[in-house]
Design a binder for this molecule. Sequence first.
Ligand code: ADP
Ligand code: MG
Length: 424
Amino acid sequence: MTSPEWLESWSDDEGARRVRDLFTTTFTPEGAGDAEGDARPDGVWSAPGRVNLIGEHTDYNGGLALPTALPHRTYVALRRRDDDVVRLGSAQAPGELWTARLADVSPGAVSGWGAYVAGVAWALDKAGHGPAQGGGGFDAVVDSCVPFGAGLSSSAALECAVAVALDDVHGLGLAGDDAGRAALVDACVRAENEIAGAPTGGMDQAASLRCTAGHALLVDSRPGLSALESGTSVPFELAPAGLTLLVVDTRAEHSHVDGQYAERRATCERAAALLGTETLRDVDADRLDETLAALEPHDPDGVLRRRVRHVVTEIARTERFRDLVSEGRVGDVGPLMVASHTSLRDDYEVSARELDLVVDSALGAGALGARMTGGGFGGSAIALVGADDVDAVVAAVQAAFDDAGLRAPGFLLAPPSQAAGRTA
Ligand code: ADP
Ligand code: MG
């Protein structure tokens, strides 16, 4: 059997050392000679990726999600400039110096990974948090142990690390409390939607900026809530209960994902319009049968009703999960995770063979619960596992992938970790 590949998180010391070194090699002018001439950043900041425990495809329906921050973080070393130039390097995009002037940053005007970074500066400026002095430019480098494109939100980790860095070097004071952090969330969401051009809700950025260690964050997307009301910390302690959260990056790549997402979203909006509600959040889970009956005349093939049933039951499962962990019953959430996966697989039809394989093999090896996480069609799955059973579950998942002839997955341990902040 192939030995499992662990995707380890870095200590803050290691992350800081990596980006400081990269900053110096990237920005020290040629021929600077001695160490005195070395370029040094103003500081190092970092932000975590996230994993959603439950509450999938609910955000655009005004519903609930429950992410926690990963120990895996994106680190940024940043130094202010006096002009409005942004120069960026990334260990994940070696040899490339992404450069732009902030005056030239606007929707549709910039491309490449630097759009996520420059977009944050643009959005802060739009929200009236532009720098009090100077042109707002900066030199920065990033390095990350958050897997890319695995549904673990490397994009939010990047934006949020930059957001807390800019907040700090410009003395905005937003990262100092939860209300300010909610404002940083908004800026990061705008950066991703409007400058990077990726249509996402705000769950990823809220998790990266507002989670605390040993907690999950209940993210409420009900329209009209204030930024503060939209995020509530929920205790989520695993180690004292002898449990571990295992994340499996399936590395599956499926095409047409964006089209599928848009189609699901449009279907939900149509259902809400037919029901005369603003969003599907307004459907009472206790009256699901009546709701589905009301949709029947518009739904010859039953697809609309299955989509609605997923959304309504998933929101109810997320509330139940929140209640259980709040009562210290984290060991009892397994069946909710399994029900969530079944609903996503059969009613919402966003799972993939690889995700189903992780769930089935993990449960077969003794996991208390398992489900796909994120938008689906690939990405990652999670399993709640007794600390003593982790090796057996990992071996079972690995063997299932080997037997199926699939590309080897990556494994992460995900103790609920802390939000973005200054690292060094
Ligand atoms: P996910 O957020 O699930 O990892 P996305 O497609 O939303 O996947 O975001 C991945 C993109 O974010 C990358 O393709 C890249 O453009 C950008 N990105 C994230 N982290 C970094 C990084 N450390 N360096 C450069 N680009 C990054
Ligand atoms: Mg992303």
